[in-house]
Design a protein around this ligand. Sequence first.
Ligand code: OOG
Ligand code: NI
Length: 482
Amino acid sequence: MSPMIQSMHASEANRLAPEHNAGLVDSDDLRTAFAIAMSQMYKNEVPLYGDLIRIVQGVNKEAYSGSLSPDSLDRLTLERHGAIRLGLPEELRTVRRLFSILGMKPVGYYDLSTAGLPMHATCFRPTAVTSLARNPFRVFTTLLRPEMIRSEEARDLAMGLLRRRSIFSDELMQVMGIAESQGGLYADEAEVFIREAIKTFCWAPVAAATAQEYQVLKAQHPILADIACFKTAHINHLTPRTLNITAAQKAMGEEGMAVKDRIEGPPARRWPVLLRQTSFLALEEAIKFQTCEAESSVLVPGSHKARFGEIEERGAAVTPSGRKLYDELLVEAMKSAQGHGPEAFDEILESTFKQFPDDWDRLRKQGLVYCEYQHTGKPIPDNIIQEESNSPSTIEKLVEAGVLRTVPITYEDFLPFSAAGIFQSNLSGKSNSSELGLNEAAPDQEGMETALGVRIVDPDDLYSAAQQSSLQTCLSRLGVSM
Ligand code: OOG
Ligand code: NI
């Protein structure tokens, strides 16, 4: 333990807060430092990820000037998401505390049982518009649902392995306590925090299980072996954001990467919505298995497949009616594409999505997307009566008159269907729950919230609040009564 931490008692910490917290590292800066450290770690461990970053940065530089992206090139260059898979509610609760220090909250609930996975998820991410603009780093975090595992033997084995492990170092627990009691971290503490937090998410090449235990779990469900057999909650991918996923996917193939056969999500559009993703397939990596539980266990070589590299293109956040339309069209396309290959599916998807407007004004006027209002600087023409207040028709008139401009609000979350596709491309071909040895399950947001110890934020509340507050800022600047 560092002397710095030893000397920082909780009482001292309390004395520093709140009047003396001027020197605390801003949580947005801390998140950026953490995301950079995570990216560096992953680059060292998975060199192909470094190649991916290089490809994406090249593509983005080229695409930025001509793009309609509402986000800055700085944000785009830094932007990443990662994914971790946790085994126990206690692990999730501690991870929630860890991400809270980085200014990230659980947003959105994802039921993955529909994709044949014994787990559910949330996304830890910043929620304030200003924090998202500085660094939107997000981590898709899944939690095992043991009640979905049909085999009692596999379930008990997994739970036993999970209960025996501890994925957080003592130093990390201590520095998190300090952060919570003093409301943040000083620079030297922040360094310790990042160093120790990264250890939780790095690769542990020596499994915490025997080869036989690993096989039992893998036979039950490959994801189970990945969740339960290791000493850390290794991130399984980190995803940079690209402005042109078609070009980036092509460049990946040209460099000889084993790329997924198609891009998940909506088809290419003039006005992108939600998100499109693709990846290079998970790597078979050398690991070592224990031969018994003892420290002195003889190690035997083996391998494990979990880590991959993904890229994504983000578009506008859609409203609930936009999402309904998206889901309906996706199901329609999937139905008509049954039995066809990936290329035919892409064609069918494209023609089905002709029903999803691809014109900014129509998207906005039909209430399919969220938008940010900006004041162009133009004064209100005399013929628009200000007393009408902020009724929808006045706002439309202000937009038409060029007083207000509207830009898309970027989708900051995930697409379970897309996630499912990516999952399955890295797993076996089995798809229904009984083949996978799983019990049927309903979504269980409450169970997830109990595990987290806090409520999950509804992403729609965030998008509509962002839209509303941008409008209010414009109207009050224009002196339009509310
Ligand atoms: C999570 C996959 C979800 C995405 O981009 O949709 C995800 C996992 O593989 O654990 O990261
Ligand atoms: Ni991902």
